[in-house]
Design a protein around this ligand. Structure first.
Ligand SMILES: [Zn+2]
Length: 118
């Protein structure tokens, strides 16, 4: 698993399975989070109101490379962030067929004697 630094790429607009346009980006310097957020921009306060323990909002910055999502720690610093925010996408699409089926049976490791020749 390789995490590329997010600073170079910025957010990409992609279409989710459910049909919504979402912003996707690895956010964070070290432990990057694979963020999928709704592309609809909200005022910071509105996005903050939608926050849930497992649903974060993100501060949207327009850079010369495009849209860049940042941790919305602006909520802590000041009351009102002047930048638009986006909220984590919650997918409404039904769970599709698994892309790759995992084998349901794992072969037992200790079946009989393994070769013990020295
Ligand atoms: Zn979706």
């Amino acid at each position: 698993m390789t995490y590329r630094p997010s600073s170079s790429g910025g957010a990409r607009r992609v279409r989710c399975r459910c049909g919504r346009t979402v912003l996707r980006q690895l956010v964070g310097q070290r432990a990057a989070l694979d963020v999928v957020a709704n592309a609809d921009e909200l005022p910071a306060a509105a996005a903050a109101a939608l926050r849930e323990p497992n649903r974060l909002d993100w501060c949207v910055r327009a850079t010369k490379h495009g849209t860049d999502l940042r941790w919305a720690d602006c909520h802590r610093r000041r009351g009102d962030c002047p930048r638009p925010h986006v909220i984590d996408h919650q997918c409404t699409a039904p769970p599709g067929p698994p892309a790759r089926r995992r084998p349901t049976r794992t072969p037992p490791v200790s079946e009989g004697q393994l070769a013990l020749d020295a």
